[in-house]
Design a protein around this ligand. Structure first.
Ligand code: NAP
Length: 268
């Protein structure tokens, strides 16, 4: 018999993350920063894991000034298993436990498959970050959560292009990595249900990050035309969804991929 969570939940505080310890990979910018901010606003303690420590330290300093929790950052390249192990161990030493893991860090590699070099460098790079990086972190944290016996929440940030082929830019490795991560989400949900670990994914569509801000207006307008809700998503909206999936409110939800793209993938 696995861990039985109390089935009777008060709606008051159902989304509260006070006292929960969360790792957010790529929490220094973009969607990851939106998720880390939402967690901090809901009372969580947050560890940001990424390569660029300047932006990570800036986020930690801002959170520490504005919110009540404890915030730290860790230098890690998720393509390196030992760095992942060391960062998770350092997080546990600092916070005492891990309750929530968000696998957000990712890269988008564009270009036609037949234009790739002979070694398929772009293919292997994208798969190694977007799929294998999430797997490395999930394996390390999943083992910790199983052994600690208190359950936990794993949230994978995939993409609507894990289910559709986005055009006109070609993104085969990215599409394949995100589709595989969606299915890995379902797989781990089934394997880890008995440990009280929920595994879910959020599949954003076009979301307003620095990259979107730099897009020429005509490109943005062309995309917006195809989005039924008529706008890009905001990182705070992905953050709100992550809060739900990290909180007690979603204890019975596992193996689900929640698309957050304003209806784009239904209408292309
Ligand atoms: N923005 C969108 O419209 C959109 C749409 C659908 C899905 N997504 C997904 O949402 C996630 C975040 O996207 P974003 O738009 O916020 O991207 P972004 O602004 O480019 O941020 C990517 C993040 O991943 C981290 N990262 C990249 N490679 C890493 C590595 N090897 N090790 C550790 N961290 C690494 C980066 O930090 P460092 O560079 O400091 O390491 C950065 O924090 C990605 O998984 C992306 O595929 C985004």
């Amino acid at each position: 018999m696995g861990i039985v969570k109390d089935p009777i939940m008060s709606q008051e505080g159902a989304y509260c993350l006070k006292g929960k310890n969360a790792i957010v990979t790529g929490g220094n910018r973009g969607i990851g920063l939106g998720i880390a901010t939402a967690f901090a606003q809901q009372g969580a303690n947050v560890g940001i894991m990424c390569r660029n420590q300047e932006s990570a330290k800036a986020a930690v300093a801002e959170f520490s000034e504005k919110y009540d929790g404890t915030f730290r950052c860790y230098a890690v390249d998720i393509s390196d298993m030992q760095q992942c192990r060391d960062a998770v161990a350092a997080f546990i030493a600092d916070f005492g436990s891990v309750d929530i893991l968000v696998n957000n860090a990712g890269v988008a590699v564009a270009g036609d498959v037949l234009d790739m070099d002979e070694d398929l460098t772009d293919w292997f790079h994208c798969i190694d970050i977007d799929l294998n990086g999430a797997m490395r972190m999930s394996y390390i944290v999943g083992k910790y959560m199983r052994d600690a016996g208190k359950g936990g929440k794993v949230i994978n940030i995939t993409s609507n292009s894990g289910a559709i082929i986005n055009k006109p830019v070609t993104f085969a490795p990215y599409h394949a990595a995100k589709a595989a991560l969606n299915h890995l989400t379902r797989d781990l949900a089934v394997e880890w249900g008995k440990y009280g670990i929920n595994v879910n994914a959020i599949a954003p569509g076009y979301t307003y990050t620095d990259m979107a801000a730099k897009m020429p207006d005509e490109v943005k307008d062309e995309i917006i035309e195809k989005i039924p809700m008529g706008r890009f998503g905001q990182v705070s909206e992905i953050g709100a969804l992550a809060v739900y999936l990290a909180s007690e409110a979603s204890n019975i939800v596992t193996g689900v991929v929640v698309t957050a793209d304003g209806g784009y993938s239904l209408a292309v």
